[in-house]
Design a protein around this ligand. Structure first.
Ligand SMILES: Cc1cc2nc3c(=O)[nH]c(=O)nc-3n(C[C@H](O)[C@H](O)[C@H](O)COP(=O)(O)O)c2cc1C
Length: 115
């Protein structure tokens, strides 16, 4: 769902679009609030496995997606900033589980406390 978000960039000096296609797929940290909301809504609407993605830049972001209802996560844009990011995310998730005394990521899925 998240890869259907279209964005646009404008160069004020040239007064032209930055992208030759004028609009293009929006990704990275700016889409995270929208992606999280989508995962949370789908989790509560249908019982299907959900891959959470969109703006996951670190382990905390990944954990947020598990809490919203994702059963797995995917990392795109962050790899362009830090090629080691996925291993750092794996380590960060493990550290979070240990600190919280939680046995498995499965125990996080959909556990967002609302109200
Ligand atoms: C360079 C690049 C190429 C992408 N190519 C595809 C693609 O071929 N098919 C697709 O469904 N999504 C594609 N996406 C969208 C990603 O799957 C993802 O939905 C989006 O980037 C949000 O996640 P992110 O913030 O972790 O990058 C691409 C994204 C980037 C940055």
């Amino acid at each position: 769902m998240i890869n259907t978000l279209l964005g646009m960039a404008v160069n004020a000096e040239t007064q032209r679009p930055v992208l030759s296609t004028v609009t293009g797929g929006l990704s990275g940290a700016c889409v995270k609030p929208i992606a999280l909301r989508m995962v949370w809504q789908v989790y509560h609407a249908v019982k299907v496995p959900i891959i959470g993605l969109g703006g996951i830049m670190n382990a905390t972001d990944a954990i947020e997606f598990f809490l919203a209802g994702a059963t797995a996560i995917q990392v795109g844009t962050a790899n362009f900033i830090n090629p080691r990011v996925t291993m750092e995310i794996v380590d960060g998730i493990a550290a979070y589980l240990e600190r919280k005394n939680i046995g498995s990521v499965r125990e996080l899925v959909g556990q967002l406390k609302v109200g």
